[in-house]
Design a protein around this ligand. Structure first.
Ligand code: ZN
Length: 333
């Protein structure tokens, strides 16, 4: 999910507005696996992580994309590791999963970064994303500073300290750089963590390069954004995604860990599937309708009953999904 990037136009204000100080929750979900879930109010802004530990090695899937969260996350990670962190894996290239891994690399320089081949071949995009984020911070800080200076001396007081803190952080982050991936996969790949084998499954579904992780011994699947109950379909490969969900739902697993939201069970995989199918069917059935009409006329029973945040995400994701489906169908002619 990316809208929190818009938030960065006023970093300091934004940090307080979204309550980004909120804590991630570390949950031990099986013998070898910890699930690190974002607080509910941040579930559309930042990603969940997964830590898998064998007897010799640990594998981390994704890192929080919001850097203050990443710092907190890394401190916890160091406490939770029972074995060396040998691998870190980017489930896909979206900034809320990928960018924090640059900070994890700084703390764990010996851990090998694993990515999908499509990201590996275009890794300059990861560097660009990171630079863009850092430029965004610089601009936000300058803007916050300007805004503060326009206030009276008394009104400036509470902001002064916040901005100074943000500046200190920003200086540390400025030096962040990605190290190149150690492994880029395009085929199912087994990884031995020491008496624990995990399987990395590459797909082109939610993006051009997704990786799911199967932990056979624990009957657990790490599906990231591919399995979210309300997934972002703006870069969807619909056909491949639907096939992937079908394939994943056949696996002998009991728990499914999404990129956003709480722990799922296998039967929850029908939720994204049904919604994505409905988008494609709706666009196909109304080939001459424009995006606004398609959004307005999309069957209302798919609208989730959740809080305001969920409603906003739903509308935004639906529009992105409809645009993407129109684009895909037009290309096919
Ligand atoms: Zn994503």
């Amino acid at each position: 999910m990316r809208q929190y990037r818009q938030c960065l136009s006023a970093l300091v204000l934004c940090l307080s507005a979204t309550g980004l100080q909120a804590q991630q929750s570390w949950q031990t979900v099986s013998e070898h696996v910890d699930f690190i879930e974002q607080p509910a109010k941040l579930r559309f802004y930042d990603s969940n992580q997964v830590l898998i530990q064998g007897e010799q090695c640990a594998l981390l899937v994704d890192a929080p994309g919001e850097f203050t969260q990443t710092e907190v996350f890394i401190a916890h990670l160091k406490e939770q590791l029972r074995v060396p962190l040998c691998y870190m894996l980017a489930s896909h290239a979206h900034d809320d999963h990928l960018l924090g891994l640059a900070m994890v690399q700084k703390h764990f320089p010996d851990a090998q970064l694993i990515v999908h081949q499509s990201l590996g071949e275009n890794f300059h995009l990861a560097h660009e994303q990171l630079n863009e984020r850092l430029d965004g911070f610089a601009k936000s800080l300058a803007l916050s500073q300007q805004r503060m200076e326009s206030l009276s001396e008394l009104e400036q007081q509470p902001w002064r300290e916040k901005i100074a803190r943000a500046q200190t952080r920003f200086k540390q982050w400025q030096a962040l750089r990605f190290s190149s991936p150690g492994k880029a996969i395009s085929q199912p790949t087994e990884l031995d963590l020491g008496k624990l084998k995990v399987e990395l499954l590459p797909f082109a579904a939610h993006t051009q390069g997704d990786i799911a992780v199967l932990v056979w011994a624990d009957k657990l699947l790490v599906g990231a954004d591919m399995v979210d109950t309300l997934p972002y379909p703006g870069e969807a490969n619909y056909q491949a995604w639907l096939m992937a969900l079908e394939e994943l739902s056949q696996l002998p697993v009991t728990q499914v860990l999404p990129g956003h939201g709480s722990v799922l069970v296998t039967s929850d995989l029908t939720k994204p599937k049904v919604w994505l199918e409905a988008i494609v069917a709706h666009v196909k059935a109304n080939p001459s309708a424009d995006v606004a009409t398609l959004v307005a006329e999309f069957p209302k029973h798919y609208q989730p009953q959740g809080d305001e945040l969920q409603q906003r995400a739903y509308t935004m994701f639906l529009e992105a999904g409809i645009k993407r489906a129109k684009h895909t169908l037009n290309k096919k002619g």
